[in-house]
Write a protein that binds this ligand. Structure first.
Ligand code: ADP
Length: 372
């Protein structure tokens, strides 16, 4: 029989917070319960001061739910309530950063030399497709690469990277990323079914992202590519502020940059002092698969001209080609499916440019902290 939300809550009533002498449901610590086909997800809201000390409580809560008949998997995420990050007011000169923004020390991820964000001003411009092919192209260029799908609203990496199944955890604390085509991948999609509607509030987003960044055995990486959530709202800003990013790559379509969406992305990173490594123009022009005729349906070249105007590097252009979509949908991205094809060469050239920029300090090196 399918497990219900009220059964989950009933089970959680049996779990007591040892320090506060009552159960976690009565203490209103449980939120965001989502149940879908036997997969259960919920959040425990805790005082940030108690943070790590509550890991046993999180595990006890997971176990209590796991015992219910019909439960196939349980994911509990600890959320530390912090005051919302102060919105950074706009209007500052590009690159100067708002006062105080981005200045707080950010703990790096041990073993990871550089973290880069791939972002877009809005959804649907091909950010995830670009992140995936960029990460694979960097690996093809000889780097050790990880790919973190921070697009928790619509995780697409499991499908694009041809990966399914759940990450293992040898010690019950840290997750092992899944691996395909030589790169390590972590996605909320491995923990929650892709079609599960999730309603995330700001603090939950950060908690989930922090866990995917820090509680994963990434090992030694030259680059961790983070596929950011689309847009430039609070979640993106908080992420950009709290992760030691070596730089950001903006993906834009020609019409998108003209409509200012991509500029919002640029300004967001500049305001938090994250160097923008450059812009990639996706769906730049259309190549007819039958006759090879090229059509500039979106007034191709807009991103290059805008990049020049904004003083940002133009990293390259990728055409709209049905083969790019079909290979991503089939779980063998074009850089893997046709490694000698024109698109794979384009992605590798872009990847080499990005790697050069990181090396040259186009971004700051992630500070190395040892946690635990
Ligand atoms: P986002 O992450 O920005 O929401 P996706 O990467 O999921 O965008 O891409 C949206 C859709 O467009 C997907 O179906 C994807 O396969 C397709 N797509 C992305 N880039 C290209 C391209 N260059 N040519 C053809 N289809 C593309």
């Amino acid at each position: 029989m399918a497990v219900t939300e009220s059964q989950v809550l009933e089970a959680l009533r049996q779990v007591a917070d040892p320090d506060r002498g009552s159960d976690i449901v009565s203490l209103k610590m449980v939120s965001g319960v989502a149940v879908k086909d036997g997969h259960v997800h919920f959040t425990l809201e805790v005082d940030p001061a108690r943070g790590a000390a509550l890991e046993p409580l999180r595990q006890a809560a997971e176990k209590a739910v796991d015992r219910l008949p019909g439960v196939l998997s349980v994911t509990a995420v600890l959320t530390a309530h912090r005051p919302a990050p102060k919105a950074v007011s706009g209007g500052g000169a590009p690159g100067t950063g708002a006062p105080g923004a981005g200045k707080q020390p950010k703990a790096g991820v041990p073993g990871v030399a550089a973290i880069i964000a791939v972002a877009s001003g809005k959804g649907g411009v091909g950010k995830s497709t670009t992140s995936t092919n960029l990460a694979l192209a960097m690996a093809a260029n000889g780097l050790k690469v990880g790919l973190l799908d921070a697009d928790i609203y619509g995780p697409s990496m499991p499908r694009m990277m041809g990966l399914s199944g759940k990450p293992d955890s040898a010690d019950g604390k840290r997750l092992d990323p899944l691996v395909n085509y030589g790169i390590k991948v972590m996605s909320m999609g491995f923990l929650v079914a892709e079609d599960t509607p999730m309603i995330w509030r700001g603090p939950m987003v950060m908690s989930a992202l922090t866990q995917m960044l820090r509680d994963v055995n990434w090992g030694e990486l030259d680059v961790l590519v983070v596929d950011m959530p689309p847009g430039t709202g609070d979640a993106q800003l908080t992420m950009a502020q709290s992760v030691p990013l070596a730089g950001a790559v903006i993906v834009s379509t020609p019409q998108d940059i003209a409509l200012l969406d991509a500029r919002k992305g640029l300004n967001m990173f500049r305001r938090v002092d994250v160097p923008v490594l450059g812009i990639i123009e996706n769906m730049s022009y259309f190549c007819c698969p039958n006759c090879g005729h090229r059509s500039d349906i979106f007034s191709h070249g807009g991103a290059r001209a805008e990049a020049d105007k904004l003083g940002i590097d133009f990293l390259g252009e990728v055409p709209l080609d049905i083969a790019i979509r079909e290979t991503s949908d089939a779980g063998t991205p074009i850089t893997i499916h046709q490694p000698d094809g024109v698109h794979a060469r384009t992605y590798r050239a872009i990847a080499a440019r990005v790697a050069e920029k990181i090396k040259a300090g186009g971004g700051r090196a992630a500070p190395r902290f040892v946690i635990e």
